[in-house]
Design a protein around this ligand. Structure first.
Ligand code: NAD
Length: 277
């Protein structure tokens, strides 16, 4: 089956499955993205802090695909939240990608623990980039409910997405529910917890029942919950495996077996958004 899209609050539609390139070496990135595009992925998730935007752009340009047929997301560096820095950093992102525009640009982290920074001032720069069309959609990442409420109170544009850590060990339900109620799509980062959930006995049991791999059942669980995912791998076989999610499904009981693995805050693998600086 083909990859479905998820509708955003700005009228656009994002492919629900993409390819993440966090921790892909800059020199390996063009090749990894080329493989993903050959397999059928039409959505790539990068960031200025990953240092590999140039490789993403190179692969998209070399692919022969029309620009509008590939969704490219990038994110603002933590070093560039002050408004003038943010404008400059976005120019650098566009230059590195060399694709004319980005489909989605995100504030990578809220950084509310850093003195002198203000999520409202930074978000207003993303509103400018959205208005001038160089960022077709804009959103945030690692925002908690209070951060989203502040934007709702003090800004005009509602983020199209919030990209946060979500996997069976960290349900992150409060922020997902806020998104559901306010038209903000959740993108689940580290959807397989960088591999940590793949040996869980419950995941293995569901995989055996469905005759699928552990990665496929966990990624399929995300898809059925409606979140956007972009697993990362530089191994061609796994890149193909992670793409084959649309010709099977988990039943209600299998969904619940994975959902019940939630460990709350103990399941978090990355930094906590409130304290990360
Ligand atoms: P992931 O959950 O996608 O796991 C990737 C790792 O799992 C790989 O390095 C590989 O070791 C293993 N793996 C992948 N496919 C496998 C398979 N089929 N079988 C067995 N093992 C497999 O972790 P991630 O890369 O951290 O997250 C995915 C993407 O999310 C990133 O590439 C990035 O685009 C995004 N991300 C965003 C943030 C953020 O702060 N916004 C943070 C982390 C990741």
């Amino acid at each position: 089956g083909t990859v479905p899209t998820v509708s955003l609050n700005d009228g656009r539609a994002i492919p629900q499955l993409g390819f993440g390139v966090y921790q892909v070496e800059p020199e390996q990135t063009a090749e990894a993205v080329a493989t993903a595009l050959e397999v059928g992925y039409r959505h790539v998730d990068t960031a200025q802090m990953y240092g590999n935007e140039a490789g993403v752009g190179e692969a998209v340009r070399a692919s022969g695909l029309a620009r509008e047929d590939v969704w490219v997301t990038s994110k603002l560096s933590n070093a560039a939240h002050a408004p003038d820095d943010a404008r400059r950093a976005f120019d650098e992102t566009l230059a590195a990608l060399d694709l004319g525009y980005v489909d989605l640009f995100l504030v990578h982290w809220p950084l509310t623990a850093v003195d002198g920074l203000d999520i409202v001032a930074t978000w207003k720069v993303l509103e400018e980039l959205h208005a001038d069309g160089r960022a077709r959609s804009v959103g945030v990442s690692n925002f908690q409910v209070p951060h989203l409420r502040r934007l709702a109170q003090e800004c005009d544009v509602v983020p199209a997405v919030n990209q946060v850590e979500v996997h069976p060990y960290l349900a992150n339900e409060e922020v997902r529910a806020y998104g559901r109620d306010h038209g903000i799509v959740t993108e689940a980062w580290s959807p397989i917890a960088q591999g940590a959930v793949l040996t869980d006995p419950a995941v293995l049991a569901v995989a055996r029942e469905l005759d699928r791999t552990p990665a496929q059942v966990v990624l399929r669980w995300h898809v059925q919950r409606g979140d956007v995912v972009f697993p990362k791998s530089v191994t061609a076989e796994r890149v193909r495996e992670n793409f084959a999610l649309f010709d099977f499904e988990l039943d209600g009981s299998q969904m619940e077996q994975l959902t019940s693995l939630d460990k709350g805050e103990e399941g978090r693998t990355g930094p906590h958004p409130d304290t990360f600086d």
